[in-house]
Each structure stands twice: as structure tokens, then as C-alpha cells.
Design a protein around this ligand. Structure first.
Ligand SMILES: Nc1nc2c(ncn2[C@@H]2O[C@H](COP(=O)(O)OP(=O)(O)OP(=O)(O)O)[C@@H](O)[C@H]2O)c(=O)[nH]1
Ligand SMILES: [Mg+2]
Ligand SMILES: [Zn+2]
Length: 309
């Protein structure tokens, strides 16, 4: 049974030694108590945005004493080669992958890696394609078709003209979502557009020429007036999924698993095996080459990693 001064709270922001929590509708700082570091396992930090936790009120503020069981968890392999896991968000209903037309250029590899991580965590994902105002029609249609054929909901938007943002707003309403994608695609701009008063810092238009700077530097959950919560994250430059074995990777490319029934070997990795129906489909354009290439690119990386560990 919970102690008398113990309350339930939600973690809305995490820094190196301190967090912010929402408790009784207020956002307050909270310290992390030593005990929660004990069962950290492969994680760098035991607390993540989205966590439900127990907190106690101490003389100089709140302290998190326990993380409650998570219903799901979105993570990646942390930078460096220590095999650690970086938890990006927990207890979410969906991952909203944000990519864009224009700058930074659309990256199939990054998008498909994030999609595979969402799939392996059993979290639904949607793809927002922002900067519609910068889109070239042919390229836009190719990207839309590729992902819609893979069974993924795609929402084209522009945080400048407002086109498509209503659909984005309905997509996040009433749910707990995490926005994730490359730096500079317009994650924070989209949130500012649909939610009055957030005032999240976004890149100045003039400063966007200076590539490589992240505008959002911490992950933070915001409550939506229409109901639901959304987690804005700092953009990434690259993404490595974690805990997907090479021989299961293909399960996360839905359009390949159907075709894979025609491969000679039931456990075909769709790489160099003879009579591979998936490779043939990529060669003839039945499945998009970009999706097959991003699969192979990740497969080889995971195989290298598995050989080293
Ligand atoms: N043309 C155009 N520019 C946009 C659009 N949305 C955002 N931008 C611009 O893109 C730049 C980056 O926007 P941000 O909202 O800071 O991007 P972010 O994804 O939050 O970036 P990080 O916080 O670094 O991850 C800014 O200069 C925005 O004004 C859009 O729909 N069209
Ligand atoms: Mg941002
Ligand atoms: Zn095959």
C-alpha cells in the first residue's frame, strides 16, 4: 500500500539529475531517488517522459521513488557502442514520425528505421510530411504512394500555410503521442500551430541556414486543450533501433512479409538468398526500391552488431 504522503504523478521532462512531473495538475520539479537507479538494466536513465510514477513530498520538494509498470516504451540504441538503450518516451498511443519536403531532405532510411522501431514496440505509427509548401509534386506523390501502400497513415501538412494541420490536430487529439524525426522538419512548429499558447522555441527562418543545430534540446510533454498529450522531442540526425534481431527485421516491413511467402526459403532474409521473391519485387518495382534499400541497410548494420557482440 502507498505511504501516506505518496502520490501518483506523470513525468513530463527529464534532465540529467532532475525531472519535471505533473502532480495534481501542477508542473513541479522532482528529484530522482537512488533506489530507482538500481534496476536500470540496459538503460542510461531509468526515468522517461510519459512514465507514471510515485512521488513523495519532502522538505525541499518532490522525489520520485518508484516508476510504475509501463504499458509500452519507444526507445533506440544510444549513440556510441555500449549497447545501452535510450528510452525516448513511454506509455504512448502513437508515434508521429515527422519528416518533410524541402530541408532537411526526406530520408527513407531514417523514416523506415523509426517505423521499424515503432512496429517492434507494437506502437502504432503515423507519418506526417510537413513543409508541403516546399513539395515538388512528383516526389511528393512517390513518397505518399510508397507509405500508403505499406499501410501507413500519411498526413501532409504545412506549418506555414496551415494546409493539412486540421488532420494533424485530429490525429493527436485525445491521445498520448510522441513526435519524432530529424531536426528541422518542423515538429515544434506544427505543435505551436495547432495549440495556442505553447510558444515552443523553433528555429528562426534566417538561422535555418546554419545546419546542424538542434532547436529543441529536451523532451517535454504538453497537455492539449482539446484533450490528450503530446511529447515534443529534440530532432535526431540518425536513428538506430534496438532489440530487433536480424532474423526478425523483415517482419517490420509489412509489404515484404506478404511477398516473402513466395521465397524459396521460409526464413529468407531477402538479402542474397536464391529465388528471393522480395528482391525480385524490388528489382521490378513491385515494392519500392527505397523501402528495400533501407531494409538492407539496417539488416547489414544489425548483422555487424550481432557479430561483434
Ligand atoms: N517552408 C516551411 N518551413 C517550415 C514549416 N514548418 C516549419 N518550418 C521551418 O522549419 C524550421 C525548423 O522548424 P522547427 O519547428 O524548429 O523544427 P523541429 O523539427 O522542431 O527541429 P528540432 O527542434 O531541432 O528537432 C523553422 O525555420 C521553421 O520555420 C513548413 O511547413 N514549411
Ligand atoms: Mg523542435
Ligand atoms: Zn526472400
Amino acid at each position: 500500500m502507498a505511504k501516506e504522503n505518496t502520490q501518483e504523478a506523470v513525468v513530463v521532462r527529464v534532465d540529467a539529475r532532475q525531472c519535471e512531473i505533473r502532480v495534481q495538475r501542477e508542473i513541479v520539479p522532482a528529484a530522482m531517488r537512488g533506489r530507482i537507479f538500481e534496476n536500470c538494466g540496459q538503460d542510461k536513465i531509468p526515468v522517461a517522459v510519459g512514465d507514471l510514477c510515485l512521488v513523495t513530498q519532502e522538505a525541499n520538494g518532490y522525489a520520485i521513488t518508484e516508476i510504475l509498470p509501463r504499458r509500452n516504451l519507444f526507445s533506440r540504441r544510444s549513440a556510441g557502442n555500449d549497447g545501452r538503450r535510450q528510452i525516448l518516451a513511454t506509455n504512448v498511443d502513437q508515434i508521429v514520425i515527422v519528416a518533410c519536403f524541402g530541408v532537411p531532405p526526406f530520408s527513407s532510411i531514417t523514416t523506415d528505421r523509426i517505423l521499424s522501431a515503432a512496429s517492434s514496440s507494437k506502437i502504432p505509427a503515423v507519418l506526417v510530411l510537413n513543409k508541403l509548401d516546399c513539395a515538388k509534386r512528383k516526389k511528393m506523390e512517390a513518397i505518399l504512394t510508397t507509405y500508403r501502400n505499406a499501410g501507413i497513415t500519411v498526413l501532409p501538412t504545412s506549418a506555414i500555410t496551415g494546409e493539412g494541420v486540421d488532420a494533424f490536430a485530429s490525429c493527436i487529439q485525445g491521445k498520448q503521442s510522441v513526435l519524432y524525426g530529424l531536426s528541422g522538419v518542423g515538429k515544434s512548429s506544427l505543435l505551436n500551430y495547432v495549440e495556442d499558447g505553447l510558444g515552443i522555441k523553433t528555429k528562426e527562418v534566417s538561422a535555418s541556414l546554419h545546419a546542424g543545430r538542434h532547436t529543441t534540446t529536451f523532451t517535454r510533454m504538453y497537455a492539449l486543450q482539446a484533450g490528450g498529450h503530446v511529447i515534443d522531442t529534440p530532432g535526431v540526425r540518425s536513428f538506430r533501433p534496438i532489440n530487433i534481431p536480424a532474423n526478425e527485421l523483415r517482419l517490420h516491413w509489412p509489404e515484404m512479409s506478404f511477398l516473402g511467402r513466395d521465397c524459396r526459403f521460409p526464413a529468407c532474409l531477402h538479402h542474397q538468398e536464391p529465388d528471393c521473391a522480395v528482391r525480385q519485387a524490388a528489382e521490378t518495382g513491385t515494392i519500392p526500391e527505397s523501402r528495400y534499400r533501407s531494409y538492407l541497410n539496417l539488416l547489414e548494420e544489425i548483422q555487424d552488431y550481432e557479430q561483434q557482440h
